[in-house]
Each structure stands twice: as C-alpha cells, then as structure tokens.
Design a binder for this molecule. Structure first.
Ligand code: DGL
Length: 270
C-alpha cells in the first residue's frame, strides 16, 4: 500500500509546492488539502491559524501519510513546531526552504520578503535568513490583497497589475537583490510581480527547495517510491467555491494527465 505525502494550505497556494513535488518525485502519491472555506489565513491571529492547521493535520493523519508538508507560510510560522512535536512522521514547512533558496541566489544586496500579514508580523523570514547568514539585509512587506486575487483566479490583466503595483510601490524604490515570494499563493502572480519589480530583481519561491527537502528526507529514510504503479492523488478542499478545482486542474494539468486524481470536498468545523 503506497503511503502519500500530505500537503496542506489555506487554499490553492500550496499547489505551487505540490506541483514541484510532482515534478521532482513523479512516483509519489499526493494528498492535498486546501482550506478554501476559511481562506485567507493571513489576516487571522496566529493562534487561530495554529488551531486550523492542527485540525487539518489530524484529518490528514487519518490517511496514514509518510510526511506532512505545511505548504503555507502563515501556517508554518504559526504551527510548524507544534505539529512537528505532535506527529511521528517528518513535517516540512516552507519558510526555511524559502530562506535557503534566497541565500543561494542572493549577492550582497537587500533581500525583500513579501507575505501575508501573519507571516510578516511573525518575523519568521528575517529570523530564518539571519540564522543562515547574519549579514543579510532584509526588508519585509505584507501584501494582503494578493491572496484573494489568486483564490479568485485573477493572475494577470490590467486590474491585477494595478493592485500588484500599488502593493509593491515601496519596495520598488529599494535596491533589492531578490524578492522572496513568502506566501505560496504568490507564484501564481509571478509574471505580474516580475513586470512590476523589473528584470533585475530575482523572484524566489520556496516550492523548488521545499520539494528538494521532501526528496532528501524520503531518500534518507529509504521511503522514496520505487515501483511502477501510477500514483493516485487526492485533492480535498473545504468548499465554498468551485474555483479550487478549476485552478488546480489547470495548474497541475501536465502532472495529473499521466496519473489518477480524486477530487473531493471535505468540510472542516470551526
Ligand atoms: N498560502 C499561504 C501562505 O503561504 C496562506 C495565504 C492566506 O491564506 O492568507 O502564507
């Protein structure tokens, strides 16, 4: 019986991480949970986000996964340590991988971080970056309008461009070396963000490095799938909108075309 990699987020954001896991580890089975009924997590109190995350992890554990990926920066800031203590399988968050990816690409300039209010106020990125390199200069900014744009599928176009430009205005004035997309929803807006910031600013997403960490841990534990069976992925969301499935089908099209996928609504209380 294959054991899945469980991935969670407040909505569609974690699909940016799921896609990278599917690309790097095509034999692995994914079980994904997007809490679309309670998105966004960003403006919420971190204690509440922690409670939601614990509830979702409890639910995902009923599928007997081999690993949990908290593919949400806000939930990582709020609950990574608590969840890691609670379960007896590896738990991977997205903040340390994001920080590592930025340090590996940065030169000597300022590292910008954009994220939800919860993530930025927690200071988790600055802490993770400085833990690796005490000399980095970090400037952070919350972009509360981005997640609703993404959940509604507005990734590009004039209106999206204007909203992104207004939100990033203060950062455009700074000599940024790179900009961490410190919310897993933001890679959906990457083209627009890049246009606003200009070609000299490297955009850093934690997806690739997070998937690499997943791969490394599974390899070290001897848990990488080796068989030829086609993985059967499961995509769950807590409801409210039919956008989840639309966005996921499009974003993952290349990867689900050669696998099986089950789509389900699973309600969460609270
Ligand atoms: N995608 C999430 C993150 O990385 C959460 C966004 C939200 O729900 O506000 O922070």
């Amino acid at each position: 019986m294959q054991q899945a990699i469980a991935i969670m987020d407040s909505g569609v954001g974690g699909l940016t991480v799921a896609r990278e896991v599917m690309r790097q580890l095509p034999r692995e089975q994914i079980i994904y949970f997007g809490d679309t009924a309670r998105t966004p997590y960003g403006p919420r109190d971190l204690m509440e986000v922690r409670a939601f995350t614990e509830q979702i992890v409890d639910y995902l554990m009923t599928f007997n996964p081999k690993m949990i990926v908290i593919a949400c920066n806000t939930a990582t800031a709020a609950a990574l340590d608590t969840i890691a203590e609670k379960v007896d399988i590896p738990v991977v968050g997205v903040i340390h991988p994001g920080a590592r990816a930025a340090i590996s690409k940065a030169n000597n300039g300022i590292i910008g971080v954009i994220g939800t209010k919860g993530t930025v106020d927690s200071g988790a990125y600055a802490q993770a970056l400085k833990q690796i390199s005490p000399f980095v200069n970090v400037v952070s900014r919350a972009c509360p309008s981005f997640v609703p744009l993404v959940e509604q599928g507005h990734f590009s176009g004039r209106a999206t461009y204007e909203i992104v430009k207004n939100e990033l205005l203060p950062l455009r004035a700074l000599p940024l070396d790179c900009l961490i997309l410190g919310c897993t929803h933001y890679p959906f807006l990457a083209d627009t963000i890049q246009r606003v910031m200009g070609p000299s600013v490297k955009l850093i997403s934690s997806a690739e490095e997070t998937a690499r960490e997943v791969s490394t841990i599974l390899y070290e534990k001897g848990q990488l799938e080796t068989g030829d069976s086609i993985p059967e992925h499961r995509f769950l969301h807590s409801g409210e909108s039919d956008m989840f499935e639309k966005i996921a089908q499009k974003w993952l099209a290349e990867y689900i075309a050669r696998t099986k996928a089950i789509w389900q609504v699973a309600s969460m209380q609270g």
